[in-house]
Design a protein around this ligand. Structure first.
Ligand code: UDX
Length: 447
């Protein structure tokens, strides 16, 4: 099928490359000329495991191309996936101006039937607005449009894996024809007949569920899922506060809770809290949706409040153990909001660094992927070539992102180069007994 993906950010680039890989002819459109130039020169604007190979191979095969020309992309395609950003406005609402602009242009230029699929996270009822806008801007005599919702559940750092092995593919449609087109698009995934770029051999035991519902319910599934996961994280962080006060260990509590299949063990990791461009903005947007329809989503406001307070908790721990913060040198391992990505948007590490700098601390930082992005946002700190260099002379080390390679460091060497061997493990990631046996003072979160 000929598919146009509008927006070459995390969602669009992964979706476009993966759709090309399962047999479609995809044109990815972005209005950022620099990004398209980069992609056409064979370079990547983001780091995401397996993505670069997918982009290179599919470009070479001619199944994937990049352009800034939306009207050409829309004209040449039967299906248009909208993957543009919906960043938060100052009041927390999602800014839909990018979506609206794309829809107006598609409406004005399309000269045959198009299926428009919303993949960006949008408030419920956006599909209705899209439908209306397409009708207004298209000329009556030029075919017509169908609109569907197909929320994405890709996690950064494992987005390619998630595309090929989803638990479910959710679609919101208002007619059978649209359902059939979307089923056809995802058929290789549904039937397990794709060539997996992640595993050398994989026979998925269970096939993903193709979940078909109405447009509004599909739109809500995305916001409800992300808000629920964020609630789990804030819940366990609140439990962690109780654990610390009574001398219990939140990791043990989470393990015990997670054994109940009704609860599940995922998303019960206490620590510095959630970041990234999805959870924080989706929570705020969902609260705004509630307000718009006369419901006070106080539960989600509390989830957000608990999450923001994680940085205060970390600050308090550092103050308690270092006594005076002014003039202290603090080393950071990890800057990205989670491992396997270079994304620093709403990353707890970045916020903690800002707060420590305000207190007069000197920061030295290392991250396997995120240093380029971090240094353009906070250029004033020292970025080291490796963890040993950043630990040199530090009076505290904050582990802010659980990159697996941090487990394999020579921790004895880390201790020797530090001025004071103190670790604040913001992700409860390091083996406490091993590092304390080496002579570190170790402080975790909620234990
Ligand atoms: C999320 C959703 O998982 C995904 O389905 C959706 O499409 C986009 O938003 P992502 O933001 O990439 O994905 O990351 P995720 O793995 O969900 O983690 C989000 C944040 O929560 C990270 O900062 C992570 O460190 C934090 N987290 C996660 C915890 O603090 N504890 C946990 O137990 C799990």
């Amino acid at each position: 099928m000929n598919i146009c993906v509008v927006g070459a950010g995390y969602v669009g680039l992964v979706t476009g490359s993966c759709l090309a890989d399962i047999g479609h002819r995809v044109i990815c459109i972005d209005n950022d000329e620099g990004k398209i130039r980069l992609l056409n020169a064979g370079q990547m604007p983001i780091y995401e495991p397996y993505l670069e190979d997918l982009v290179q191979q599919n470009r070479k095969r001619g199944s994937l191309s990049f352009s800034t020309d939306l009207s050409r992309g829309a004209k040449d395609s039967e299906v248009i996936f909208i993957c543009v950003g919906t960043p938060p406005l100052e009041n927390g609402e999602a800014d839909l101006s990018f979506v609206e602009k794309v829809i107006r242009e598609v409406g004005a230029t399309a000269d045959s039937h198009k299926l428009v699929v919303e993949k960006s996270t949008v408030p419920v009822q956006t599909g209705e607005y899209i439908n209306r806008t397409l009708k207004i801007y298209s000329r009556e005599e030029k075919g017509h449009f169908d609109v569907a919702s197909n929320p994405e559940f890709l996690r950064e750092g494992s987005a390619v894996l998630d595309f090929f092995h989803p638990d479910r593919i959710v679609i919101g449609v208002d007619n059978r024809r649209t359902e059939d087109v979307l089923r056809q698009i995802y058929l290789p995934i549904l039937e397990g007949t794709f060539r997996c770029p992640v595993h050398s051999s994989c026979l998925p035991a269970t096939r993903p569920l193709f979940f078909v519902t109405d447009l509004k319910s599909a739109e809500l599934i995305k916001h409800a899922s992300n808000s629920f996961l964020a609630t789990k994280i804030s819940f366990i962080n609140a439990i962690g506060e109780i654990c610390e006060r009574v001398g219990a260990d939140v990791q043990k509590v989470a393990e015990g809770m997670g054994l109940d299949p009704r609860i599940g063990k995922e998303f019960l990791k206490a620590g510095l809290g959630f970041g990234g461009f999805c959870f924080p903005k989706d929570l705020q947007a969902f609260v705004c949706i509630g307000e718009k329809y006369g419901y006070d989503f106080a539960l989600l406001k509390e989830v957000e409040k608990i999450n923001k307070s994680r940085i205060d908790v970390a600050m308090e721990k550092l103050k308690k153990h270092l006594w005076v913060l002014r003039g202290k040198t603090i080393a950071f391992l990890g800057l990205a909001f989670k491992p396997q990505t270079d994304d620093i948007r709403f990353a707890p590490a970045m916020e903690l660094i800002r707060r420590l700098r305000e207190e007069g601390c000197h920061i030295r930082a290392f991250d396997p992927q995120a240093m380029k992005k971090a240094s353009s946002e906070i250029p004033e700190i020292f970025y080291g070539r490796d963890p040993y260099e950043v630990a040199e002379g530090a009076e505290a080390l904050v582990l802010a992102t659980e990159w697996p390679e941090f487990l394999d460091l020579d921790w004895d060497k880390m201790r020797r180069v530090m001025a004071r061997p103190f670790i604040l493990d913001g992700r409860n990631f390091l083996p406490r007994s091993r590092v304390t046996a080496l002579g570190f003072e170790y402080v975790g979160m909620g234990r």
